[in-house]
Design a protein around this ligand. Structure first.
Ligand code: KG4
Ligand code: ZN
Length: 349
C-alpha cells in the first residue's frame, strides 16, 4: 500500500504555501508571495500579509492539487503551521486547514514552522543523521538548533537565537538605507561580488570573549546595522561618494563570518558532524561558500536543501506532517489555536 497523502499549509509570514507530499516524495509545492505588496514599506506589514493569505489560500490550494493530479478527497491527513509566526497570518492558514479537515473528515496536525524548516531536507537529501545541528536564517528567524529527533516533543532544542534582528532583517534594513529596495538579500548578495569584503571592518555581534560566556550561540545584528548606517552617514557628511559594493561586501562578510563560525563551533562543541542550513538567507552565495569551506576544514557534512525549499513553503509543513503520521503521533484535532511564539521544543500542538 502506498504511503499516506499529506496536504501541507503554510502562512506564518508573507508566503502562502500549499504542497502535497506522499511519504518523502514531493508531488506539488505552490507558493504565492505577497513580497511585492510589502516592498514600499521595506519589510513585512502583518495586516497586509494576512489579507494576502486570505486572497491567495484557495487559488494556491487549487493549483497545488491540479499540479499533483489529486482531488481533495484523496488526501489522508492535513498539516498546517501552528506557529511561530505573525498571529494574523497564522490564523488564516489554521482556519483554512480546520475547514478542510472538518469538511473532508481527515486528521489535522498543527506543526512547528521551525521544525518544518529542518524536516524539509528529507525531501532532497533523505534520512537526517541525528544528532544534527541546524542553522535557520531568514527574515523572521535566526537560530541554531540541536536536532535529536524530528517528531518527538523536545526532540529539537534551541542552542541560541538572535537577541534582536534576524539576519535577513539586517540585509533588508541595510538595503533600505542604501536605497537598494526590498527584499535586500538578493541585491546585496549580487553587489557584494563586485566589492571588497575587507574594505570596512564592521563589528561581529556577540563574539567578544565576555559575550561568549552568556551568548555562546546567540546572534545580534542590530549593532551591525547601526554601524553600517553610521559609516554611510559619516561618508555622506564628509561629501564622499558611497562605495556601495564595498559596503555590501563588508556588511555581508560580517554576517556570514559570525553565522558560519558559531554554527561550526556548535557542531564541534557537541561532537556533531552534520550541519543543516535553512531559511531564505540560506540562498546567500557567500554564506554557502564560507560555510562549505569551514565545514570541510572540520569534517562536517553540510546539508543544504535547494533554495526553493529553504524559503517558506508548504512542502516543509507537509513532509513534517508525513513524518508525524508515520511516527504514529496523535493528531491535533480542531481545538488548537495559532501560537505566534510557539517554542521549537513543541513540534506538534
Ligand atoms: O525564509 P524567507 O523567504 O522568509 C522569512 O523571512 O521567513 O526569508 C526571506 C529573507 C529576506 O530577509 C531576504 O532578504 C533574505 O531572506 N534573502 C537573502 C537572500 N535571498 C533572500 N539574504 C541574503 N542573501 C540572499 N541571496
Ligand atoms: Zn521560515
Amino acid at each position: 500500500m502506498s504511503e499516506p497523502l499529506i496536504l501541507g499549509i503554510e502562512s506564518s509570514c508573507d508566503e502562502t504555501g500549499v504542497a502535497l507530499v506522499r511519504g518523502r516524495e514531493l508531488l506539488a509545492n505552490d507558493v504565492a508571495s505577497s513580497v511585492e505588496q510589502h516592498a514600499r514599506f521595506g519589510g513585512v506589514v502583518p495586516e497586509v500579509a494576512s489579507r494576502a493569505h486570505l486572497e491567495a489560500m484557495v487559488p494556491t490550494l487549487e493549483r497545488a492539487c491540479a499540479a499533483a493530479g489529486v482531488d481533495l478527497d484523496d488526501i489522508d491527513a492535513i498539516a498546517v503551521t501552528a506557529g511561530p509566526g505573525l498571529m494574523g497570518a497564522l490564523v488564516v492558514g489554521v482556519s483554512a486547514a480546520k475547514a478542510l479537515a472538518l469538511a473532508l473528515d481527515k486528521p489535522l496536525y498543527g506543526v512547528n514552522h521551525l521544525g518544518a524548516h529542518v524536516a524539509v531536507d528529507l525531501l532532497d537529501t533523505g534520512e537526517l543523521p541525528v544528532p544534527a545541528i541546524a542553522l535557520l536564517v531568514s527574515g523572521g528567524h535566526t537560530s541554531l538548533l540541536k536536532v535529536d529527533h524530528l517528531t518527538d516533543a523536545g526532540g529539537i532544542t534551541e542552542l541560541g537565537a538572535t537577541i534582536d534582528d534576524a539576519a535577513g532583517e539586517a540585509y533588508d534594513k541595510v538595503a533600505r538605507l542604501l536605497g537598494l529596495g526590498y527584499p535586500g538579500g538578493p541585491v546585496i548578495d549580487k553587489l557584494a561580488t563586485e566589492g571588497d569584503p575587507r574594505a570596512i571592518r564592521f563589528p561581529r555581534g556577540l563574539t567578544a570573549r565576555h559575550d561568549l560566556v552568556k551568548h555562546r550561540f546567540d546572534f545580534s545584528f542590530s549593532g551591525l546595522k547601526t554601524a553600517v548606517a553610521r559609516w554611510v552617514e559619516t561618508a555622506e557628511l564628509e561629501g564622499r561618494e558611497i562605495p556601495v559594493a564595498d559596503v555590501c561586501a563588508s556588511f555581508q562578510e560580517a554576517v556570514c563570518d559570525v553565522l558560519s563560525a558559531k554554527a561550526v563551533d556548535a557542531c564541534r562543541e557537541h561532537g556533531i558532524t552534520t550541519l543543516l542550513l535553512g531559511g531564505g538567507v540560506a540562498a546567500n552565495s557567500r554564506l554557502r561558500a564560507l560555510l562549505g569551506e569551514r565545514c570541510a576544514e572540520h569534517g562536517i557534512t553540510l546539508r543544504r536543501p535547494r533554495p526553493g525549499l529553504c524559503t517558506d513553503n508548504g512542502a516543509m509543513i507537509a513532509v513534517l506532517g508525513a513524518e508525524l503520521v508515520k511516527a504514529g503521533q496523535p493528531e491535533s484535532g480542531l481545538a488548537f489555536g495559532a501560537h505566534s511564539g510557539l517554542p521549537v521544543s513543541r513540534v506538534l500542538v
